[in-house]
Each structure stands twice: as structure tokens, then as C-alpha cells.
Write a protein that binds this ligand. Structure first.
Ligand SMILES: [Fe+2]
Ligand SMILES: [Fe+2]
Length: 231
């Protein structure tokens, strides 16, 4: 089943993380904590009640360049995948974006008539608002729809294709913010703080892009499967 995938259930969890530290984010969104010693992926998942196939489907999808993971879709546990996506939303909205905002205020000079600093914060707040709207819609409408679909309740005629058509890339505006800072912020002297927040923005941008890819290429096809089975 995992022949074409990079990581397998028998790999040590520590190997995965040391091989690709961005997978730390995936682990914590599956509610897996550190301190697993030499245990394998399968052992760590089993002990924590996490669906190992779903965990590996996400992990292997994230490290792939290609956007096709049709084979893994059938192995996905929808409750596990949705809980993973919800945790990711919680992370972006309640930790990642507020941290970037705090660091931005610390790094840019908001005291005087610094128009660019003011614009950067305004732009950031608008952006964070858009991300919240995007994720709230998924939490409230899309996930509720899938839960209803799974339990055979009324779904109000909604189909996942309606969501897939309008699912926009929320990382694009962050790219603009990054460009404003890089191109126009009149930095003077020591830029350690500003560089640190730029690093955070770059990494949040990548994280958001891969979150959207998981939704488009794992979540949506898995919901389509459920819709077909329900017919
Ligand atoms: Fe999302
Ligand atoms: Fe999304």
C-alpha cells in the first residue's frame, strides 16, 4: 500500500521528524506529542488512538511534489482528517497569526509618522480577517456538511464540488505582505527582529499553501468518495 510513499508504518517516528522537521506540525495537529523514544510510526499512532493510514497519507502527501494521491484517498479516515484540519485552523488563527502580529509590532517602528509601518499592520489585520473568514466557513459549513453526510443526516442539497470550486488560495495575500516589507519598509540599523518575523511569514505562507493542498487533493476527493458511496 505504501510502496510509492516515502514513509511507512515501520519507520521510526524520530526518523520522520529528523528527516523533515516540518512534519512536527503534522504530528501536533494529530495530537501526537514528543517523547516517543524509538517507537515506530505505527506504535506511536496506535498508543495515541490516531489513525495511522490517515497520518501517513497526510505526511506523504506533504512531502510529495505532485498533487495526485488518489490511492491514499480510500485509506483515509474522514473523522481523523477533519480533526487534523480543525487543529490546523486553530493553530493558524490562535497561535501562528497572533504571534506574527506581535512580532511585527515589535519589529517595525509604529511610534512616529511611519506610513509604511501603519500600512503593514493594516494589511496584516485585513489578511488575518480573511483567513478567519475562510477557516470559519470550513469549520462551520463544510465540516458540518461532512459530519451530516457520514451520519446520514439531512445535508440540505450541498455538495463538496460547491466548496471545491470556490476554495481560494489564502497564502497569496501573505505573499503581498511579505513583498511590501521586503521592498518598501524603510529599515534602519539592526534588522534581526524584522528578519525573524519575515522568516515566520515565509514559513506560515508555506504552511498555509500546503494546508490548502491537503484540502484540495486529499479532503475533497475523500468527501467525493463518501458522496458516491452515499448514493
Ligand atoms: Fe482549511
Ligand atoms: Fe481552505
Amino acid at each position: 500500500m505504501y510502496k510509492t510513499s516515502k514513509y511507512t508504518p515501520a519507520d521510526k517516528m524520530s526518523y520522520l521528524i529528523c528527516d523533515n522537521y516540518t512534519l512536527l506540525q503534522v504530528m501536533s495537529r494529530f495530537d501526537l506529542s514528543l517523547g516517543f523514544g524509538d517507537k515506530t510510526v505505527q506504535e506511536v499512532c496506535r498508543e495515541n488512538g490516531v489513525d495511522c493510514r490517515t497520518f501517513l497519507a497526510v505526511v506523504n502527501f506533504m512531502i510529495e511534489d505532485s498533487d495526485r494521491m488518489e490511492d491514499d484517498v480510500k485509506d483515509i479516515s474522514m473523522p481523523s482528517l477533519m480533526s487534523y484540519l480543525k487543529q490546523a485552523h486553530h493553530y493558524f488563527l490562535d497561535f501562528c497569526l497572533p504571534t506574527i502580529r506581535r512580532k511585527l509590532i515589535e519589529a517595525i517602528d509604529c511610534s512616529t509618522e511611519n506610513e509604511v509601518a501603519f500600512l503593514i499592520l493594516k494589511f496584516f489585520d485585513q489578511y488575518a480577517g480573511e483567513v478567519r473568514k475562510h477557516m470559519d466557513y470550513e469549520d462551520v459549513n463544510v465540516f458540518t456538511y461532512v459530519e451530516n453526510l457520514m451520519t446520514g443526516r439531512e445535508t440540505g442539497g450541498f455538495r463538496i464540488s460547491q466548496f471545491a470550486r470556490r476554495h481560494d488560495q489564502i497564502d497569496a495575500t501573505l505573499t503581498e505582505l511579505k513583498n511590501i516589507i521586503i521592498k518598501y519598509y524603510p529599515a534602519k540599523g539592526n534588522n534581526h527582529l524584522l528578519n525573524a518575523v519575515l522568516f515566520d511569514i515565509f514559513s506560515c505562507e508555506q504552511d498555509l499553501a500546503s494546508h490548502c493542498r491537503v484540502e484540495d487533493y486529499l479532503f475533497v476527493p475523500a468527501v467525493r468518495r463518501l458522496e458516491k458511496e452515499g448514493k
